[in-house]
Each structure stands twice: as C-alpha cells, then as structure tokens.
Design a protein around this ligand. Structure first.
Ligand code: SIN
Length: 487
C-alpha cells in the first residue's frame, strides 16, 4: 500500500499509476521530474524527462504503425475506441481521483471529466464509420470526380493541464478513429491521467505505436512535433502566445494545424433575462475548474435594469462555494494550478481595484494558504482594465454595466479572443441578433455550460483554428483526395 500523496489518492487499481512514458507499446524512461498535488504541494511521483532523441523514436514508431492501423476497417478501430471508453467508465473513480490529485479540481468535476473524455472515444468511433466521400458531377458529360477521405498520417499533439483527460481524448479519439497514429506530449503538471489512459488503450486493443506518449522538456519535444516532416498534422490546446509560436514552427513543413487557444469570454445579461437562471449559469461558467477553462466567462456585461439584483445574487452564490482540497467530497472549488497562476489573479484584481472596482465577495487568498483563492465578484470594473483585456484564468467575476444591446455587443467583441460567449435574454429576436452579432466560435444562449462531445468546439480570431468534437472534429484528421475519372 502506497503512502504519502499516492496513498491518499487510494487507487483501487494501483497499476493505473504509471511513472514511465509509452513508446511503441513499451513503458520507457526513468522517473525524474516531480509531479505535485496543487492542493497540498506534496510530491505524488515522478515522470521521465525525455527529449529530442526519444521523441524522434516515438515519431518513428508512429510512422511504422500507420500502414497497419489505417488499413483496418473503420469498425475495427471503432471497436477499440468503444472498449477504451468502457474501460474508462469502469475505472472512472480511480481516474477521477488521480486527476484531482494532479490537477486540483473537485472530485465531482473530475468524475464528470472522465465521462466527458470517454464520450469522445465513443463518439469518434461512431464517426469513423461515416467518413463518407462524394461523387461530383463532372465538368463534361464523360467526366466524373470522386472524393475520398483518407487519414492525414502521423499526428503530433500537445495538451494542457486544465483538462488532463478530455483535451487528450478530444484529439486522440478523432485521430485514431480516422486511421492516424499519434505522438502526444501531455502537460508535465498533469501527466498521470495521460499515462493511465495509455494503459487502458493498450488493454482496449491499440496496436503498438498507434499512441505514443512522451513527457519531459517542452522545447525539444515541441520542436520535433512541429518540425519533423514525418508528422503531417499538429494539434495543440494551450495559451495563445505558445500556440502562435508552435504554428510558426509548423510552417517550415506546411503541416495541417489545429489550435485551441485562449479565450476571454463575455457573459451578457439583459434586462429581460431570468436572473436566477443567469446567476446559476454564471457560477458554472465562471467557477468551473476554479476559473481555469478557456471557455470560462471572463467579462460580465450586465444591463442597467438588472445590474444591482444580478450582482447581489452572483456574490451570494459565489460566497457559498466551498473551497478546499478536491479530494474532500464537499469541495466545490479547488486550488489554482500553481503560484504563477495565483499571482496573475492577484495582479488582475489589484489592477481592477486600482481603477475603481469594488469587492462584493472574495478578492483575497483563501485562509487555507497555498494557491487557494477565494471565489471573487467585483463590481464597477473598468471595461479596459487587465481583467477585461486578458484571460484571468482564475475565480474572479468582473462586472461591467451597459445600457443598450449595441453597447453590449460592441464591448463583448472588443477583444482579439473569439472562443466562447454567453448571453441571457428571454426575447427570442434578441437572442438571434446577439448570437449572430457576437464574434465568437461558440455562444451559450441562456446556458453557462456548452461543452459536450457533440459540440463543434473552437474559436475565431486569435482563439484558434479548427474545430474539435462533433461531426466536424474528425475532418481535422482526414485529407480529401479527388480522383478525376474520364469515362
Ligand atoms: C478548455 O478549457 O480548453 C476546454 C473546456 C471544455 O472542454 O469545456
């Protein structure tokens, strides 16, 4: 029986905890880099510090596995994905506890993420069987054009720490459903979910080399994944500055690129909204994962007529959230991932207060210490301060007042980010005008929770390129081949 941090996780199936990487169907590397629980700062374990040489080996394994994997009937690939999802659900509690320990999110959210993550495997297994082509009427009577879809090839993927399982399955699911093979670098802050998934993938029937996982030094690993000509497609979820850099590196070999980058989601509450529903949606949208999601509401624009009532209600609800270690069953908000994240939140709050904002609740570190921060609601926030310009990635709701619908849409669109937006109104015509006017890839209309495997997830402007999930997600891993037939 393990003691310390690992013992506290209390895995029923202890071999789900892996301290080695997974390359060509083998567990490799020596545990070196410490992985800490953000709630306690205790060391959970270590992971290998791999670099260029091992990543090149992983790419070679993925390339070697490609012909056999892509040649399988789609149903055979779908069967593996279905079994993989089944195994994830069978071990949901262990996977959730592991995730909470390494990432900090409350156990209930981690359980939800495992189900959400597994759903991408199930969904894309089903989609694999429907990767249909076309027959196009030709430009002349004796010509036809056929279109077929083929897997892109070897995929390089880099995933973040905020959703240690779902951001992997949302990429790996469609990639391997399409017949591609993958080299994945998970975040070194949350690698254990990825490694446990690899073990379950092996048990579900993945061929050696179809999925390879490397942990270690981001720079050399990222360089191989973005520059090696054997990699046909690169997919990344993370910050906008890093995404821009990686996309530029991909240009040298003209790779297909998908990017899911930062957001700065506006949350609009109109006078005609049901403010109980809006406040409940705001809690979900803002405080899920301690405000550390790319689709978290970041700027709240509230119309004059409901401003006071909405602000009071939201502050009440936020102040009731139970802050603590995610492994404690009652916790509703966990710690921030690290000190850097905490300092960013503090800087944003200080900037807002310096520009006249007032505290309705929170606005300070939690008494538990570490990186715990109180759920915070600020009112009278300047629309051009740090909180409005940058993604806070923390539990701070910043309220700005507006008068007209035009003002709200203009302020909401005044951002280089364009991932998610939310609006609350009971006026049907307004809901359409607003949804169409918001320059965002996704709009939650009268809901603060939009994510599911069926949603085309992605952004416009500097929030990214491409869509994940839904029937569109698999297209990112398929090439269109056109065949012109002379009769
Ligand atoms: C993200 O933060 O990038 C993902 C959020 C989600 O899938 O809901």
């Amino acid at each position: 029986m393990a003691d310390g941090e690992l013992g506290r996780i209390g895995l029923k199936r202890s071999n789900l905890f892996r301290e080695q990487c997974y390359i060509d169907g083998k567990w490799v590397g020596e545990p070196e880099i410490e992985v800490r629980n953000p709630a306690t700062r205790g060391v959970i374990g270590r992971i290998p510090n791999l670099g260029r040489a091992e990543t090149l080996r992983a790419v070679a394994a993925a390339e070697a596995a490609l012909p056999e994997w892509r040649a399988l009937p789609a149903k055979a690939r779908a069967d593996v994905l279905r079994r993989w999802n089944d195994l994830m659900l069978k071990h949901q509690e262990d996977l959730a506890r592991l995730m909470t320990a390494e990432q900090g999110k409350p156990l209930a959210e981690a359980r939800g993420e495992i189900a959400y993550a597994g759903a991408f495997f199930e969904w894309f297994g089903e989609e694999a069987r429907r990767a249909y082509g076309d027959i196009i009427p030709g430009p002349a009577a004796d010509r036809r054009i056929m279109v077929m879809k083929q897997p892109v090839g070897v995929v390089g993927a880099i995933t973040p720490w905020n959703f240690p399982a779902a951001m992997i399955t949302r990429k790996v699911g469609p990639a391997i459903a399409a017949g591609c093979t993958v080299v994945l670098k998970p975040s070194e802050l949350t690698p254990y979910s990825a490694l446990a998934l690899a073990l379950l993938g092996e048990e579900a029937g993945l061929l050696a080399g179809v999925l390879n996982i490397v942990t270690g030094d981001a720079e050399p690993i990222g360089q191989v994944l973005t520059e090696d000509p054997r990699i046909a497609k690169f997919t990344f979820t993370g910050s906008t500055p890093v995404g821009k850099k990686l996309a530029a590196q991909c240009a040298s070999t003209v790779k297909r690129v998908s990017l899911e980058l930062g957001g700065n989601a506006p949350f609009l509450v109109f006078d005609d909204a049901d403010i109980e529903v809006a406040a409940a949606g705001a809690i979900v949208s803002k405080f899920r994962n301690t405000g550390q999601t790319c689709v978290c509401a970041n700027r709240f624009f509230v119309q004059d007529g409901v401003y006071e009532a909405f602000a009071k209600l939201l502050a009440e609800k936020a102040s009731e959230l139970v802050v603590g270690d995610g492994l404690a069953g009652v916790t509703q908000q966990g710690p921030l991932i690290n000190v850097k994240a905490l300092q960013k939140v503090e800087a944003h709050v200080a900037d807002a207060l310096g520009h006249g904002a007032k505290v309705l609740t929170g606005a300070q570190r939690d008494s538990q210490g570490g990186t715990f921060y109180q759920p915070t609601v600020l009112r009278d926030v300047a629309p051009d301060g740090l909180l409005a310009r940058e993604e806070t990635f923390g539990p701070v709701a910043a309220l700005v007042r507006f008068r007209t619908e035009e003002d709200a849409i203009r302020m909401a669109n005044d951002s280089r980010a364009g991932l998610a937006a939310y609006a609350y109104t009971r006026d049907l015509s307004r809901s359409w005008r607003v949804a169409e006017g918001l320059q965002y890839g996704m709009v939650g209309m009268n809901t603060g929770l939009i994510s599911s495997e069926t949603l085309p997830f992605g952004g416009v402007k500097e929030s990214g390129i491409g869509r994940e999930g839904s029937k569109y997600g698999i297209e990112e891993f398929l090439e269109i081949k056109s065949i012109v037939v002379q009769l």
